[in-house]
Write a protein that binds this ligand. Structure first.
Ligand SMILES: [Zn+2]
Length: 134
């Protein structure tokens, strides 16, 4: 069992998920992604999405390009739709899943109070992971 991964502490919730990076046998690589959950299914899977500016030289302007990824949502993390999450690369978990959610790093729905408290926590992680996050 891992207590900490890349500065993220293991959730305190009970978990029997074999594909959990904290409580199961899953090892993760330091290849991190940040995205927002847009879809969830009943089988501990989720889809995350993020946008990045892409430069078009001809028009000297940026357009927004979208990336989507299918990720595992461990029982102890249980991220909801609208949550911003940190995901890490791992072994293939299914046909389309190669990544697992490590932590929720903020949500659009939550109140400003809990957001600022979480921000402090995640700021440390972000500082560490700077440059590695795509
Ligand atoms: Zn777990």
């Amino acid at each position: 069992m891992n207590k900490e991964l890349f500065g993220v502490h293991a959730p305190t919730k009970d978990c029997t998920d074999k594909k959990c990076p904290f409580h199961g046998q899953l090892s993760v690589k330091k290849e991190l992604f940040r995205g927002k959950i847009i879809k969830k299914d009943s089988n501990r899977s989720a889809t995350i999405e993020w946008f990045r500016p892409y430069y078009i030289p001809k028009y000297e302007r940026y357009e927004l390009r979208r990336s989507r990824m299918h990720v595992h949502n461990p029982a102890c993390v249980e991220a909801e739709i609208g949550d911003n999450v940190l995901a890490a690369r791992t072994r293939p978990l299914s046909k389309t899943k190669n990544h697992v959610i490590l932590a929720v790093v903020g949500s659009d729905e939550k109140s400003a109070v809990s957001k600022s408290a979480k921000k402090k926590e995640t700021a440390k992680v972000a500082a560490k992971e700077e440059g590695k996050v795509r």
